[in-house]
Design a protein around this ligand. Sequence first.
Ligand code: FAD
Length: 466
Amino acid sequence: MHLLIVGGGITGLSAAHRAVELARERGIPLALTLVEARERLGGTIASEHVDGFLVEAGPDSFLSEKPWALALCRRLGLEDRLVRTDDRFRKVFVWHGGRLHPLPDGFQLLAPTALLPFATSSLFSLSGKLRMALDLVLPRGGGDDESLGAFVRRRLGAEALERVAQPLVAGIYTADPDELSLIATMPRFVELERRERSLILGLRRALRRAPLPGTSGARWSLFVTFAGGMEEMVTALADRLPAGAIALKQRVTGLTRSGTGWRADTTAGPIEADHVILATESHATARLTRYVDPALANLIGEIAYSSAATVSLGYRRADVPHPLDGFGFVVPRREGKALLAATFSSVKYPGRAPEGHVLIRGFLGGALNAGVLSEPDEALVQRARAELGQALGIRAEPVLTRLHRWPASMPQYHVGHLTRVDTIERLAGAIPGLSLAGGAYRGVGIADCVRSGEAAAARALGVENA
Ligand SMILES: Cc1cc2nc3c(=O)[nH]c(=O)nc-3n(C[C@H](O)[C@H](O)[C@H](O)COP(=O)(O)OP(=O)(O)OC[C@H]3O[C@@H](n4cnc5c(N)ncnc54)[C@H](O)[C@@H]3O)c2cc1C
């Protein structure tokens, strides 16, 4: 059987690798082609080694809680290359009123779990704290598919949304919380309210039962990365594929049925295949499926994307007055800044900066601040530098500056997303020999993409993904 995979990001690569594994295990004859439009593999994953700094252009880590990426690393023999976060500096700051306030210890994404740090926090007003505490007595509420913004306002109040939930969520999903579907992104909180009513009480109980990864001597921290950068995973996957399977700088421009299989037109000529996995961003998938099934293509095309940019700045340690005693900070929309968040990369992970230096990465753009990305490169870098300077007291010139733009790269799970994806999967499932995979459907992170790619490979080969 000839399997064609379109897209050489982590989803397409995971699909290709799993297909090879399954074919070998089950004795299925497999011819594999993976076609990638760009001149390199990895999609949004790209690591650069410059002057002793290790710069992540896109993702800088993956979640160990979701098992699929970690399990793949084990199979690839990459476990020894994984590094954990330096959890002595687990703290995250929030920029509010012109300065950085630590997020109180025990704050779990949306709600506090530890009383004293929350009560004494400088981040919230007294009325804001009292409103959050109302969660303890409020009854259950909400509809079937509520936005994250509506949910947090209802349970914890506007201040919790503006000062914590919105900026933390922007740092992960680059999304507008009033459009983001809670059930599609953080079903745990929907479940928590359903089961326990109060988020605060429910989170405290859950913590007593199972402490967070990384807090009790667990092998892996919540986020993990590779000693040599995220691209290690890309290289390891590519190395396991059969010689000649990968075609770079080749864009698939159209997809049509051909006998019992498919014909993919590409910039380097047509490819015939029995099964096609589209592991492309869903806006590209929508274009490729428009003559296959227009209704399906329309639905896929409705999944919105936002754009982002990262600005990585290297400084001499002596030029940064701030103690950098945390993983970084997030910036509420209300502060009117270009930065969504900043990571103290060389504090969070080892080996990111040469001796005596630090690496800090700003994250800009997203659904609520797309306009800033229309600025030219130089202006964007200046904005990031000025705002990091303000937050951390830096006046000196950076010794390293790298800007990476990611246009239409972050899928947005708006309210209604799961219903749309159910229909997409039903329609796509009725088309023999075609599978869809990637971060646009059921999870935006790398671990979810690995799962999605591997499941598509199993479907393509007609086997269970054990
Ligand atoms: C700035 C940034 C930071 C992030 N941080 C994290 C993080 O820390 N942790 C985490 O888990 N996730 C993070 N993510 C999300 C994560 O990077 C993505 O979920 C994941 O890498 C997506 O992989 P993918 O293969 O599905 O898509 P992509 O990486 O987008 O790959 C799709 C590929 O398809 C190719 N393609 C498209 N159309 C065609 C065509 N017609 N023909 C051939 N090829 C085509 C593209 O060129 C691309 O290479 C981040 C994303 C960004 C942008």
